[in-house]
Design a protein around this ligand. Structure first.
Ligand code: F3S
Length: 398
């Protein structure tokens, strides 16, 4: 389908014409062409951006080159901009030879900092990049986007690397997708028929929702007491097993306090009941079983909140991680500082857990790998276990 070109202000036309330099013109053109191809009517101002241009592996060479051009042109981000996690080189020894694969890392990080990107985590809302309800944003990182839309009530599409940088530099995004109220209308009603649930059950629900929702927005009935941290993990699972970028949890999501709100006055197109059997099916489907005991155990995909870290540390208190096992707790650098400067640091020291700011999925070797993260299990081969079992494996082995 061909749409009419979007309306551009005089200032935008002048930027496109190259009056503010060639690089800025190119970045704006990227957004204009993206918007035109999806039928956006105009560009809108954003309040915040988040990029997935964070890892200096060879497959990002082309994107890293664009970033370099942006940095060399002296352009700076217009809004608060963060990036996904980078490698935590405090653990160079544990990460092993894999660190040599990150040939572009130093350059990439230097260029990100040069254009004004600060803060490397997939939970930027635990740093100072936390927009307000209703703010328009340009975030990539699917787990962060779904949190932004579903918990904060701000608005972002699932952007991609380079488009996110173009928005951060210009301060604009095309007015389309989840920026429009009508596109945030719920489509499928999910009824949770599970008597009792823990975090693993919630993330398994997320997997099931992601698999079945397609491009329709899910509305969940039956989880009125879910915490924001739990919703972070459920949402990340849905965004990994499917294309979901917004979930309405009735009574929790700002725009979905009632059924009427969530479906914007319409009726659900479909209703799906999730039972205990569905959760068991997801656990089996996404878990890889290894013959050997785990070498790496990772918790913190998405990165952990301070509350979540403290919960894990309270559970491991008095126990010790086995020799030869890396038990990773991953979080943003600020949360690491908070924990290290608190009474919880004693538990960290005594138990031998490793607090790191990398993405646990970037721990490439050696396998076998075990995690409580449904998202990780979608992307890599890993045993899918609840936190209790992860701690037991780390401290007692099989
Ligand atoms: Fe974050 Fe890495 Fe998971 S970026 S959401 S910890 S895959």
């Amino acid at each position: 389908m061909k749409f009419n070109p979007m309306y551009l202000t005089k200032e935008e036309e002048s930027i496109l014409a190259g009056d503010n330099g060639e690089m800025l013109s190119k970045l704006l053109r990227l957004l204009v062409e993206l918007g035109d191809s999806y039928g956006a009517d105009k560009l809108i101002e954003i309040k915040s951006a988040h990029t997935v241009l964070n890892i200096g592996l060879r497959f990002v060479t082309a994107a890293a080159k664009i970033l370099r051009d942006v940095a060399e042109a002296g352009l700076k981000v217009k809004v608060r901009t963060t990036a996904d996690p980078i490698i935590d080189m405090h653990y160079e020894e544990e990460l092993g030879a894999a660190t040599a694969l990150y040939q572009l890392q130093d350059q990439l990080e230097a260029d990100l900092k040069k254009i004004g990107v600060h803060g490397f985590t997939c939970t930027p809302y635990f740093l100072d990049n936390k927009p307000n309800k209703g703010d328009h944003c340009a975030w990539s990182e699917s787990s962060a986007v779904i949190y932004l839309n579903s918990v904060i009530g701000a608005r972002s599409n699932r952007e991609g690397g380079v488009v996110d940088i173009a928005s951060a530099i210009t301060g604009k995004t095309p007015n389309m997708g989840l920026h429009l109220t009508e596109n945030r209308k719920g489509g499928i009603l999910y009824k949770i028929k599970v008597d009792d649930y823990n975090l693993l059950d919630l993330t398994s629900m997320g997997l099931k929702i992601g698999e079945t929702a397609g491009s329709v927005i899910p509305v969940i009935e039956g989880l009125p007491n879910i915490s924001f941290d739990e919703l972070k993990n459920l949402g990340a699972a849905s965004a990994a097993s499917g294309a979901v970028a917004l979930i309405h949890v009735l009574g929790v999501t700002p725009e979905a306090q009632t059924m009427e709100d969530a479906f914007q006055g319409d009726s659900p197109k479909d209703t799906i009941v999730i039972t205990q059997d569905d959760l068991a099916e997801m656990e089996e489907k996404y878990s890889t079983e290894w013959d050997d005991p785990p070498v790496n155990i990772g918790i913190g995909c998405p990165h952990l909140s301070e509350t979540e870290v403290k919960e894990v540390l309270n559970r491991i208190k008095g126990k010790k991680v086995l020799e030869g096992v890396n038990f990773w707790l991953c979080m943003c650098p600020d949360v690491i500082d908070t924990i290290r400067n608190s009474e919880y640091n004693e538990i960290v020291q005594n138990s031998g857990v490793k607090l790191a700011y990398h993405c646990p999925m970037l721990v490439p070797a050696p396998r076998p790998y075990t995690t409580n993260s449904a998202k990780s299990c979608v992307y890599v081969n890993a045993s899918y276990r609840n936190i209790e079992e992860c701690i037991k494996l780390a401290t007692e082995g099989r």
